[in-house]
Design a protein around this ligand. Structure first.
Ligand code: CTP
Length: 406
């Protein structure tokens, strides 16, 4: 079945990427109908959006011509009714502010106010505008109302600054749309129905850092991307999330409690401190061992010899939590393997007493990369999910978790 997306293109330089998004959606067998705001028209033309989407582009609230189904109805109502989902890209600070406040003074905002469909915002703006308290307040309001977000990405921006504010790449947005459509099509009138509302979730992410002395440490290549995306996706589903994270370069997920730690021992303390919870997702790449002694001062280089490094075992956080009295109802682990992925994941699920294991093959570019291909191993069997952006995987997992609690 072909899905339909209503794409609202706002007035930002990233609007050109939204033309590529139409293509990416078409590649995934998703039709696009475009609404172009007045600002959007300053950056791309109705002609180009229309040529790529193969449909008339709407720009004016007062255009009363019969719309998609040929029915003589109010254009904005019919536009939203005939779509499976709405995507706002680029979502400018102004457009999000108006949507958050229920303003309905043009076709885009009126459609957003009138819709009962899921809305995905892909924000794009200058880093200071993104970080402004007013913008963050508006984002939170929209998220609390059930909207999804993708990005913004961190990077160089057209205004010459660097930081979060760049619109997510078209293929990542298309993956997110596809993930949302695949998982949520069965939920009628999804908006407002946040299956994890009232549930508490604890997520661990990133690497741990095990100190040798105040200067040196042992760690690994985990970027934290998968864990942060899961924390965000669970928060998007309404859960009260605590993300316990080792050192990463990522911004804290919106609407989650954020606890920064360094070592495995600190991570275990923080997780225990965040209990009781309903859900525990252990994504962190916890170092299995730490130096047996951590020197107070930088250890001097021994002359003519390689210093011995005695190691001691770290606590297994997932196993400890799964076997504790405060065990959350659903405990999910990850299994990073380079071979015999499913076989070892099954064994790991039993050994750690967790309910599900998300098995991933880390022999390629998964660790530190943007994409992941996983198999979910449960007590009833396995399901493999195709390779996708880590955020799409996170949404799929959050939806699956939502089913347990709905
Ligand atoms: N894990 C944990 N604490 C540890 C080690 C791992 O909580 N000390 C968790 C990870 O967050 C993940 C799961 O256990 O959810 C599996 O991690 P993985 O590194 O794949 O397995 P290990 O237990 O380290 O086993 P091995 O390295 O032998 O494969």
């Amino acid at each position: 079945m072909t899905h339909r997306v209503l794409l609202i293109i706002g007035g930002g330089i990233a609007a050109y990427k939204s033309l590529l998004l139409i293509r990416e959606l078409a590649r995934r067998d998703i039709e696009t109908q475009v609404i172009l705001t007045k600002g959007g028209e300053e950056f791309v033309t109705p002609l180009s959006a229309g040529a790529l989407s193969g449909k008339t582009v709407f720009t004016d609230l007062w255009d009363m011509t019969p719309t998609v189904a040929g029915e003589a109805e109010m254009g904005h109502i019919e536009l939203s009714r005939s779509a499976d989902m709405i995507v706002v890209a680029p979502a400018t600070a102004n457009l999000m502010s108006r949507a958050a406040h229920g303003v309905a003074d043009d076709l885009a905002t009126t459609t957003l106010l009138a819709t009962d469909k899921r809305v995905l915002y892909a924000p794009a703006m200058n880093v200071r505008m993104w970080e402004a308290e007013a913008t963050q307040r508006n984002v939170k309001t929209l998220a609390d109302d059930g909207a999804l977000f993708i990005g913004p990405d961190v990077g160089d921006m057209a205004c010459g600054e660097y930081g979060p504010g760049r619109m997510a790449e078209p293929d990542a947005i298309a993956d997110a749309v596809q993930g949302a459509l695949m998982g949520e099509m069965s939920l009628d009138g999804y908006r407002g129905a946040r299956p994890l509302a009232g549930r508490k979730a604890v997520v661990t992410a990133g690497p741990t850092r095990e100190a040798i002395d105040p200067v040196r440490y042992i760690s690994n290549h985990s970027s934290g991307r998968q864990g942060y995306a899961i924390a965000q996706a669970l928060a998007d589903q309404g859960a009260e999330v605590t993300l316990v994270s080792g050192p990463t370069a990522l911004p804290a997920p919106r609407g989650a409690n954020f606890v920064k730690i360094e070592s495995a021992i600190e991570m275990l303390d923080a997780v225990e401190g965040a209990l009781p919870a309903d859900i525990f997702v252990s994504v962190a790449a916890v170092a299995d061992w730490r130096p047996a002694t951590c020197y107070d001062k930088k250890a001097p280089k021994p002359k003519g010899a390689v210093p011995p490094l005695e190691m001691t075992e770290n606590p297994d956080i997932l196993a400890t939590i799964c076997k504790s009295k405060k065990r959350p109802k659903l405990c999910v682990g990850f299994a990073a393997q380079t071979h015999d992925v499913i076989k070892l994941a099954r064994a790991k699920r039993k050994k750690k007493s967790c309910d599900w294991i998300v098995a991933n093959d880390v022999s390629g570019d998964v660790m530190g990369g943007h994409e992941n291909a996983v198999t979910l191993v449960t007590d009833t069997g396995e399901e493999s999910w195709s390779r996708a952006d880590k955020r799409a995987i996170a949404r799929q997992l959050a939806l699956k978790i939502g089913e347990v609690f709905s």
